[in-house]
Design a protein around this ligand. Sequence first.
Ligand code: URA
Length: 226
Amino acid sequence: MRVVEHPAVAERLALVRDAATPGAVFRRALEELGGFLAYEATRDLPVIAGSVETPVGPAAVRRIAPDVVVAPILRAGLGLLPGFLQVVEGAAVAHLGFFRDPATLAAVPYYANLPDDLTGRPVFVLDPMLATGHSAAAACAVLAARRAAAPRLICAIAAPEGIAHLQAAYPGVTIVTAAVDTGLNEHGYIVPGLGDAGDRLFGSASSVPSGYPAGAGGGGAAERNA
Ligand code: URA
């Protein structure tokens, strides 16, 4: 577990928390957070030694191994993705979609697009909000079933409940976040948090895919990202 307290991170965190921040500024600040947090989360990635020719001679270099996988949790994880990809340009992107069951707050999968075999590959799960931890744990389960290496979760804000849930389900998980907040409210939202990250990113009202499952759509707050 790593809480990144760099002033550049704190500045972006202030922007995304502020309810008065316009959507375009929110998107840019979240993207930049994705880059800064990815920089911290990838510190111990394996590198491959090689050499290049500079204009004045050979130089030993180290490069990121080409097997990194990044898994944004739809929708809001997409907000961190461009920043992550600036840090690890060659990462393969695994899209994982979950919505929150309004009654149980459980993470219900609705989309998964990723390679069948991730044996030993380093995986980074992206979700700005680690709230109940249900969707993050469900994402880790999908990745573990495909034999990925121990997952790392990159989030902007984590709640103690989500940290405890995820660490209990995946003791090997590494969580990299910009803040740990007080807790969850009765709707499963982080307090003080930043509100609904997906809605603020996309100006929309629900992460539930239209018509799936019957009756789940409609944009109630409790139906949004798990
Ligand atoms: N998802 C969000 O977007 N915000 C929260 O506070 C919790 C889950």
